[in-house]
Design a protein around this ligand. Structure first.
Ligand code: RB5
Length: 146
């Protein structure tokens, strides 16, 4: 059973919780690690928390959100082994798994509405890494980490 960890900052609480329900309804095991209040918080710690679960294997994939999706994506990508793409359209979400073997997806709650976010998540979760020449390139990304 694929395990998905979700986190966000204060800018994306409602969207994150809606996506968590949607993902659970699709049959995934969901760990929504918050936060749960709209009190102002700092996206790096929430991006890192989700990324650590993916990097350790506690979760298979991660979905993280902030206002733009940018800051929390940058934080997650600092964790070794994380490949997180920020996506505002389903095509990019599919490709970031098929070609880049992304293990995390970032979404901007101030960029996309809920219906589009659901399509983005579905495209990400339904896609599979194609391997082959793309594996060579992903290995090159891993090599940069040292
Ligand atoms: C918070 O106001 C905002 O800066 C944050 O959610 C995110 O957009 C950062 O990248």
């Amino acid at each position: 059973m694929t395990r998905i960890v979700l986190s966000s900052d204060h800018a994306a609480i409602d969207l994150r919780q809606a996506l968590a329900k949607h993902i659970e309804a699709k049959g995934y095991v969901v760990a929504d690690i918050g936060p749960t209040t709209t009190e102002s918080t700092h996206y790096p710690k929430h991006g890192e928390a989700a990324a650590r679960q993916v990097a350790s294997g506690e979760a298979d994939l991660g979905i993280i959100l902030c206002g733009t999706g940018q800051g929390i994506m940058m934080a997650a990508n600092k964790v070794q082994g994380i490949r997180c793409g920020v996506c505002a359209d389903p095509f990019s979400a599919r490709m970031t798994r098929e070609h880049n073997n992304a293990n995390m997806l970032s979404i901007g709650a101030r960029v996309v509405g809920e219906s589009l976010a659901v399509e983005i998540v579905d495209a990400f979760l339904d896609a599979e890494f194609e391997g082959g020449r793309h594996a060579t390139r992903v290995d090159m990304i891993k090599a940069i980490e040292g």
